[in-house]
Ligand binder design. Structure first.
Ligand code: GDP
Length: 468
């Protein structure tokens, strides 16, 4: 209840109103006191420019219905190695009506759009496997609308099949199962169906809601049916975009071309990209000098769900970078500059993050304490306070203490507040360990309070030898 929160703040001598922005550390403390620790995530402050970018993302959601038109689905092909992903992507590419009309030679630019005989279009990410998918996802870009899971009928469900399912599920991307190599003598498509029920993929014919299509990527058998199913699912998803706005997309691939300079494939997700548009992508920016489609043909505009090779980047962007067209050069350049500066600051912060071994000379030290039981947290706090009295010119803040394993959110809090984590009879979980390494956050584990205090005291006196 609001009243309770205001009371809690008051007890910390903060007279707050309902709309007031408060210190994240305090929010964390209060949330934790009410058992909401898992919900807390401290983020860096947004600059005005960044906020503008975020606004754009929001605009995307609030787009007026009347401006929206149907857009082609964006599809990723996933599955175990050798189950036929590349073969399927090649076979599908050959069904492209536009290619036949133009006689163009298809080039690999990271994605391609095909036109079916009925005039409908589908865009495929043509880097098979989930590497592309995970890179894009890891950088926060959700690109694919639908995943085709390829499972070889003569081999069945394999480790990467399961990984692919998990990736798609995490991204909330619907899965269509293509049971491949149906032409092979040892093919057992029923076994694949049986195996996949274990992972929540139950065929429609068995009362589930997953579409299964038996195909042969090699002979082309039923590939057309598979594409029809993709369109069916796309229709249910009601994929729409506004072609009459500045483009928003994602960088799919990038390279430095000896002749053309920095080149990147951008998959336009909303709006239309035009020659001459200014844009920002990750830490770089530019002006669209030229665009090429997957047949190497020059194009002057790229509507929603279209992949295009873009020339005109100031520097090479990274796969997964959000690409946002901007009204003016100034805007695009400024945003890239701000991001670059922020990245440098972050790198510096990471490098200079506090460790027990480099404490000496610090005037203020932040600690996070995680213990197995509440009692030891109290005892530890008391001992630290006693120790602090010996060092009157140093302030030791226990910014957070809790019971249980050291989690990723503890590490994020430590990173945000430049704190050291002390675990007493508890360990970091896998996520926490990984993040701590990435963020250069120091985690120290003890099981005797005396040792914590001894180490801290040594550290404060600058006597602790650096460890490798
Ligand atoms: P990826 O690793 O998933 O991309 O698999 P590939 O597309 O490279 O295919 C692996 C092997 O399986 C290749 O030798 C393909 O020719 C073969 N293959 C793929 N699809 C089929 C199919 O439908 N039938 C048969 N018989 N072989 C296939």
């Amino acid at each position: 209840p609001v009243n309770q929160i205001l009371m809690d703040l008051l007890s910390r001598k903060i007279l707050a109103t309902v709309n007031q922005i408060i210190d994240p550390k305090i929010a964390l403390e209060i949330a934790e006191a009410h058992g909401f620790l898992a919900e807390i995530k401290i983020e860096g402050e947004e600059t005005e420019e960044e906020e503008k970018t975020l606004e754009i993302a929001e605009e995307e959601i609030q787009e007026e219905e009347e401006n929206l038109v149907e857009r082609p689905p964006i599809v990723t092909v996933m599955g175990h190695v050798d189950h036929g992903k590349t073969t399927l992507l090649d076979t599908i590419r050959k069904t492209d009506v536009a290619s036949k009309e133009h006689g163009g030679i298809t080039q690999h630019i990271g994605a391609y759009k095909i036109k079916l005989p009925n005039g409908k279009e589908i865009t495929f990410l043509d880097t098979p496997g989930h590497e592309a998918f995970t890179t894009l996802r890891a950088r926060g870009s959700k690109v694919a609308d639908i995943a085709i899971l390829v499972v070889a009928a003569d081999d069945g469900v394999k480790p990467q099949t399961i990984e692919a399912i998990n990736h798609a599920k995490n991204a909330k991307v619907p899965i269509i199962v293509a049971v491949n190599k149906i032409d092979k003598p040892g093919a057992d498509p029923m076994r694949v169906r049986q195996q996949l029920t274990q992972y929540g993929l139950v065929p429609e014919e068995w009362g589930g809601d997953t579409i299964f299509v038996d195909i042969s990527a090699k002979t082309g058998y039923n590939v057309e049916t598979l594409l029809e199913m993709v369109l069916l699912v796309a229709e249910m998803l009601e994929l729409k975009a506004n072609p009459n706005r500045l483009a928003i997309g994602t960088v799919i691939e990038s390279k430095l071309d000896p002749k053309r300079g920095a080149v990147a494939t951008v998959l336009v997700q909303n709006g239309t990209l035009h020659i001459g548009d200014y844009f920002v992508a990750g830490y770089t920016w530019g002006k669209v000098k030229a665009m090429f489609n997957e047949r190497g043909e020059r194009v002057s505009k790229a509507p929603p769900s279209t992949p295009v090779e873009v020339l005109g980047f100031d520097e090479i962007p990274e796969a997964g970078d959000k690409f946002i067209a901007k009204e003016t050069e100034r805007e695009a350049k400024q945003l890239a500059e701000i991001r670059k500066q922020r990245r440098e600051e972050e790198l510096l912060a990471k490098k200079t993050r506090i460790h027990l071994e480099n404490l000496s000379g610090q005037k203020e030290i932040n600690l996070i304490i995680k213990t197995d039981v509440q009692g030891s947290a109290e005892a530890l706090k008391k001992s630290i306070e006693d120790l602090a009295e010996k060092f009157p010119d140093i302030t030791i803040n226990i910014i957070h203490s809790g019971v249980g394993a050291i989690t990723e959110s503890d590490v994020m809090l430590a990173a945000a507040s430049n704190a050291i984590i002390i675990g007493f009879n508890v360990r970091p979980d896998t996520g926490a360990r990984k993040t701590a390494e990435e963020e250069n956050v120091d985690i120290k584990i003890y099981n005797i309070i005396y040792n914590v205090i001894e180490d801290l005291e040594k550290a404060l006196k600058g006597l602790l030898a650096p460890v490798q």
